[in-house]
Design a protein around this ligand. Structure first.
Ligand code: MG
Length: 231
């Protein structure tokens, strides 16, 4: 009987770091980069363009990537002093149904995201905010799009008349934040920026103000961040 060769063991991949390292900040990260050697437009649309990228992989092999080029967008968590949030219900043709979302819109060319957040909030809900704090930014689908959505927390709200774009029809609701988070965790909200916003809002309110969003400690942090943002 000939002995059976043992199955060769795969080398065990050790973690590079045992703590958070921002993408691009580690010494080895540049070795991951692809070199873009060409880009050709495939489609030019009303909201986004599509390009085909010719790239060289770290191994030296060529690769092609199709990328959606998008101007970026803003979305607003508009929270009242009573711990309620403004949501909009809007028909979305891509899904062919009405979705629940936080107020949002895309950036005009060269527009400052904070200004865009104030503009979109006013257009869709009629709200003006005494403070606007940038919470986080999401890349909506890094595999194929450069779209970034900047999320803001708006507080100190006062209400005027909404004036949506001519092609925009929406219904505005105001909902207790806890009910909004419950609805998201219950799978009743699919919209990505809205899901992220709900979870971020829940996490922030727990970390900074265990007694809830109306807590003065959170208000102070929000005002400080808003001042930083406006600076
Ligand atoms: Mg919109």
């Amino acid at each position: 009987m000939t002995p059976i060769d043992p199955i060769p063991e795969e080398p065990i991949l050790e973690p590079e770091a045992h703590g958070f390292v921002r993408g691009g900040d580690a010494a080895l990260d540049p070795t991951l980069a692809e070199t873009i050697v060409g880009e050709q437009p495939l489609f030019s649309g009303l909201i986004f363009n599509v390009a085909r990228i010719d790239a060289t992989l770290p191994s030296g092999a060529p690769a092609q990537r199709d990328i959606v080029r998008h101007p970026g967008a803003v979305a607003v968590l508009a929270v009242t002093e009573h711990g309620e949030i403004y949501l909009v219900r809007q028909y979305r043709v891509a899904l062919d149904r009405v979705t629940v979302e936080i107020p949002a819109g895309k950036l005009d060319p060269g527009e400052d995201p904070l200004a865009a957040a104030r503009r979109e909030l006013a257009e869709e809900t009629g709200l003006e905010a005494a403070s606007m704090a940038r919470i986080l930014t999401i890349a909506t689908s890094v595999g194929f799009s450069d779209e970034l959505i900047h999320l803001y927390l708006a507080t100190g709200l006062t209400r005027g008349a909404a004036h949506p774009d001519e092609d925009e029809f929406l219904n505005v609701d105001v909902v207790p934040v806890a009910d909004f988070v419950d609805a998201v965790l219950d799978g009743q909200v699919e919209d990505a920026k809205t899901v992220v916003g709900a979870l971020a809002l829940d996490a922030i309110s727990r970390r900074l103000a265990p007694s809830g969003l109306a807590d003065a400690a959170l208000d102070e942090v929000i005002v400080e961040e808003a001042l930083e943002d406006e600076a």
